[in-house]
Design a binder for this molecule. Structure first.
Ligand code: NAD
Length: 266
């Protein structure tokens, strides 16, 4: 199977680190021009964009807070001003602000919902509006546009001590499927990715050392995931190789959602 995203423009939110950066690299390697959105780490985003350009690709870095409507409008305007169109959105930005329920402040709750869920709503809405201004180019892609929403296994697995995060990802699941139902007939493809434990900054304290060993008990495959495990799936979902996949969530979790605690237990 040969995948080419040539002549397509991809926007990756939260693209300066972790899964966003790895996916931006993968999309660029497949031939897409890439807009790398960052929130706080402009230097990493700029250096990734320079790396892609040095390798013969096209990329820019654009700062924006995805939870702010005006920032999202500016991010999409810059994308269109630079590359003329948008074909692929990877709504990837996300964060954790963990606390036991009784210790969780309203601010902890709101910050996580604002970025993880409202941020996806704002970016998905802007992407659909942009796709609707464009025409399908059958020689380039069968779809008018493709949206990939980064969720988590915690859209399915409850997570004590992280109720804001789990609620945000549960929301992403139904946001994704409802949008897919609403816009599928326009040839806009919408899917989700639900990673398990992938080694990035967001979970550095649980994937290393003793905590990492304990985490392995939850993963039938017996290893922590790597960024490329997710980036490869992003590229596939962005391509016509997955053209009949719509409204689906791909769990990339080494089997974490198989309830491995039941293997020798009952
Ligand atoms: P990460 O911390 O490296 O990436 C998160 C990115 O989101 C960062 O680049 C950060 O700057 C950006 N971001 C945060 N607030 C933002 C805002 N207001 N506006 C724009 N961008 C903002 O961690 P990651 O693991 O790469 O996480 C990426 C996504 O994957 C997140 O949605 C996360 O919930 C999800 N995820 C990760 C894992 C994992 O194991 N790494 C598992 C499940 C889900």
């Amino acid at each position: 199977m040969h995948i080419s995203l040539k002549q397509q423009v991809a926007l990756v939110t939260g693209g300066s680190s972790g899964l966003g950066a790895g996916s931006a690299r993968g999309l660029a390697e497949a031939g897409a021009a890439v807009v790398i959105n960052y929130h706080s780490d402009g230097e990493s985003a700029q250096s990734l964009a320079a790396e892609i350009r040095d390798g013969g690709g096209q990329a820019i870095a654009v700062g924006a807070d995805v939870s702010r409507e005006d920032d999202v409008a500016r991010l999409f305007a810059k994308t269109i001003e630079t590359f003329g169109r948008l074909d692929i959105l990877l709504a990837n930005s996300g964060l954790q602000q963990d606390a036991a329920l009784t210790e969780m402040s309203l601010d902890d709750w709101r910050t996580v919902i604002d970025v993880n869920l409202t941020g996806q709503f704002l970016c998905v809405r802007a992407a659909v509006r942009q796709f609707q201004r464009q025409q399908v180019r059958p020689a380039v892609s069968r779809a008018l546009g493709k949206i990939i929403q980064m969720s988590s296994v915690h859209q399915r697995i409850p997570w004590a001590g992280h109720v804001n995060y789990a609620a945000s990802k549960g929301g992403v699941d139904l946001l994704m499927r409802s949008v897919a139902q609403e816009v599928g007939h326009q040839r806009i493809r919408v899917n989700g990715i639900a990673p398990g434990a992938i080694r990035t900054d967001i979970n550095a304290d649980t994937t290393q050392g003793g905590a990492g060993k304990k985490l392995l008990e939850l993963i039938p495959c017996g290893r922590i995931g790597e960024v490329e495990d997710v980036a490869n799936a992003v590229v596939w979902l962005a391509s016509d190789a997955s053209d009949y996949v719509h409204g689906a969530t791909l769990f990339i979790d080494g089997g974490m959602t198989l309830y491995p605690g039941f293997r020798d237990n009952g």
